[in-house]
Design a protein around this ligand. Structure first.
Ligand code: DGJ
Length: 739
């Protein structure tokens, strides 16, 4: 009986199209070890989603398929305009209704990297638009990626005015979302909120860097307030480095709908005949073990399939930025290299300020684009620096901002047509009053950017690390390369061009390490990271604020990729002062590094860091960077402390971190239960970076995993120090070794 709105939609699909195709259910189970998605690809009907959650037995698949409330897997605009939708199109004749019905047999293939890809073809029965829904899994990993590829199968152009990657219906109940948002130097604030009526939109329209204001990842807790270790949680991450929208729509009725995709704002996409638009994957996962289960799935998948060299822990480095800013010179660099080498560091990265000939890079207003070494500052050039690095037994890395230029640069003066600029308009300038963004939509600019890296790495093959920065948004909508009719493609074409360039770089230079930096944490996104080894979490290196930032960032991103540096006090951003122990303990919970002028450190602080770096490399790094993360106490919960631990895959080793976040005199810290350990095993406790006058009572003692999981350890709130050495800060790092 075609009475409800939903069955009307079906009726429209059947009626119009498919006399030839039989009408029967075609259940498709897309499964990973902990997540399952059940679809019904009934030929001639809209694709439906029957289930998303924990894996199902064969028996339950049959019963769920027969009894669940099916929802459209990819709703489209037109026949019921009041409904929220994933895709909208304007057909060549101006028709604004779109209908998509399953139009053929689903297929499955195994890609060269081992991924299993299921493709379900859909088509508009009357118009030449085909949309293939795709799903990708990797054996043994818990992420299902979903996206669509839209093809204009006709000759005349048609325009997509919305093109989400996917849609997920969520049964109403007590559904909460957890999101990360912030701004420069204040990245990754955690927000937990219940879904209520109306539309909740998470979006970013920066143009180049998409994770400062809001992140394109979200946790969806289905059983009320989010918990770390319990409750059903869906994790979703849009793998797209450009403008995006995540939308939660709640109409009257039993369901919320979650949509995710590239933003269509001023970006309508006209497909010429035969042309395809592939949307970026939405990575989805499910856990019945709370937020922590979802994070561990993202971390494992990210290390195995997304990060460059995700199987190899990253080195301890010194980055020159906060140490010297633009004041680069040869003796200064040599001194920093010998200092970090003497503290046990493995890599030195020379930040901004090393380049420029006609225009000098002494501040941020000149020379971007002119990537020739400034021999007034570095008379022996990069070769000289590489020799010094070699002499010190460390590797050498260098800063680049390849997508940008300044008006005061040879590049801009020779090629003004390479920058983003709207026709008949003056350019809008950014950092330093002169910074401009290169038009990555332009293949010549892509060649130029590839050439910047290629020239550098060909001339200096010993460079082993690049810090790839981006410090400006797209400040004006306009491409000098794209045709007038294609201007609305800019936001997408920029990132496609960037991706092509990075793919070329990686094809030629698979071994070089590359850091994704963008005014700090502006590019912490799974759409950008596949060409990168790690990211710079924030320009704010204040250890107390980093406790919060790193905790929230760990919702989706693994410690191995999270650049986390010991810096000077007072902190350059917040002016807060914290003891070297606190700064070091916080940095050790990620990819440890330094962001400081070692020449200005006291001998005692240097000694402290030297010991810490040594023990990090020998005893902690492998577990922190490749182990499973268990978050134990959230700083956002206001309990006066934060705690987390990493446990190695075989559970023979764990590293526990605890930080006091309430620095009032007399504040107490709760006792924190541990997690992830083998309950049957015995673990011996060793404090790392200990500073107290007496060892902790638990030092050297052995506890069962079961005891630690239930009770944790008794840890004092403050350090036991001479009065004059005391501070408001306290922190603990404990190594647990299985006997
Ligand atoms: C912004 C980055 O986040 C900093 O670490 C530093 O590299 C500066 N740019 C250099 O201009």
């Amino acid at each position: 009986m075609l009475t409800s709105r939903k069955s009307l939609a079906y009726g429209l699909c059947f009626f119009a199209s498919l006399a030839a195709l039989p009408l029967h259910a075609r259940t498709i189970d897309i499964s990973t070890p902990s997540t399952s998605m059940l679809l019904d690809a009934k030929p001639g009907a809209p694709l439906e989603i029957l289930y998303f959650g924990a894996p199902l037995s064969q028996n339950d698949i049959t019963s769920v398929a027969a009894s669940s409330a099916p929802r459209e897997a990819y709703p489209v605009y037109g026949d019921f305009p009041e409904r929220e939708y994933a895709m909208a199109a304007v057909m060549p004749d101006g028709n604004m209704t779109l209908r998509l019905c399953v139009s053929g047999e689903p297929s499955t293939e195994t890609a060269p990297d081992g991924a299993i890809i299921t493709a379900i073809p859909m088509a508009d029965p009357q118009y030449p638009l085909k949309v293939v829904a795709k799903y990708r899994t990797y054996p043994g990993d818990d992420i299902i990626e979903a996206w669509v590829e839209a093809v204009n199968t006709g000759k005349k152009p048609l325009t997509l005015t919305r093109f989400d990657s996917s849609c997920l219906p969520l049964r109403k109940g007590d559904v909460w979302i957890s999101t990360l948002s912030g701004s420069w130097a204040d990245e990754a604030n955690l927000l937990n909120e219940p879904l209520t009526t109306g539309m909740r939109i998470i979006q970013n329209h920066d143009g180049t860097r998409n994770s400062h204001t809001s992140h394109a990842e979200v946790m969806i807790s289905l059983d009320g307030r989010p918990h770390e270790n319990s409750g059903r949680v869906i994790g979703a991450a849009l793998e797209w480095s450009g403008n995006y929208q995540l939308r939660f729509n709640t109409d009257p009725g039993d369901w919320h709908q979650f949509f995710a995709g590239m933003s269509e704002r001023n970006s309508s996409y006209t497909l010429r005949g035969g042309e395809t638009l592939a949307t970026p994957p939405l990575a989805l996962t499910f856990s019945s073990k709370g937020l922590g289960g979802v994070s561990r799935s993202f971390h494992r998948w990210g290390r195995r399939h997304r990060l460059a060299h995700g199987d190899t822990p990253n080195p301890v480095l010194l980055n020159s930025w906060e140490g010297v800013y633009f004041d680069i010179n040869e003796p200064g660099m040599a001194r920093m290299m010998s200092d970090i080498a003497s503290m046990g560091g493995e890599l030195f990265v020379m930040d901004d300020g090393w380049f420029g000939d006609r225009f000098q890079r002494n501040t941020d207003n000149a020379a971007l684009g002119d990537w020739t070494v400034d021999t007034r500052k570095l008379p022996h050039g990069i070769d000289g620096l590489l020799k010094t690095a070699e002499k010190n037994g460390i590797r050498f890395g260098i800063w680049l901002e390849p997508e940008m230029t300044n008006t005061m640069s040879r590049l801009y003066q020779t090629h003004p047509e390479y920058v983003i600029q709207a026709a008949s308009r003056d350019t809008v300038k950014g950092r330093g009053g002169t910074q401009l963004v290169l038009d990555m939509a332009n293949p010549k600019v892509q060649d130029l950017v590839f050439g910047i890296v290629d020239t550098l790495l060909t001339r200096y093959p010993a460079i082993s690390y690049i810090k790839w920065d981006a410090n400006a948004p797209i400040m004006q909508h306009g491409s000098q390369y794209l045709a007038a009719a294609d201007q609305s493609r800019l936001n997408i074409a920029y990132h496609r061009g960037l991706a092509n360039t990075l793919t070329r770089i990686r094809a030629k230079y698979p071994d070089v390490m590359i850091q994704a930096c963008a005014s700090g944490g502006g590019r912490v996104n799974w759409g950008f990271l596949p060409w990168f080894d790690e990211f710079w979490t924030s320009d704010n290196t204040d250890a107390l604020q980093r406790v919060y930032m790193q905790y929230a960032t760990s919702y989706f991103f693994p410690a191995m990729a999270m650049g986390s540096h010991i810096s000077a006090v007072p902190n350059h951003t917040t002016r807060r002062s914290m003891p070297i122990k606190f700064r070091t303990d916080v940095a050790m919970s990620g990819r440890l590094g330094m962001e400081i002028q070692p020449a200005q450190m006291t001998d005692a602080d240097k000694q402290f860091c030297k010991k810490a770096i040594d023990i990090y490399k020998k005893e902690l790094r492998q577990t922190v960077q490749t182990g499973d993360l268990y978050r134990l106490l959230s700083p956002f919960d206001g309990k006066g402390a934060s705690a987390l631990m990493y446990v190695s895959e075989n559970k023979d080793r764990a590293v526990f971190f605890m930080y006091r976040t309430d620095n009032s005199y007399g504040a107490t810290v709760p006792r924190v239960a541990m997690d992830g350990l083998d309950p049957q095993a015995l673990y011996t406790v060793t404090e790392i970076n200990a500073i107290d006058r007496k060892p902790l009572p638990c030092e050297g003692k052995t506890f069962s995993g079961a005891y630690l999981i239930l009770n944790g350890l008794e840890l004092p709130a403050a350090h036991d120090l001479d009065w004059n050495d005391r501070s408001d800060f306290s922190s603990r790092v404990l190594l647990l070794r299985k006997n």
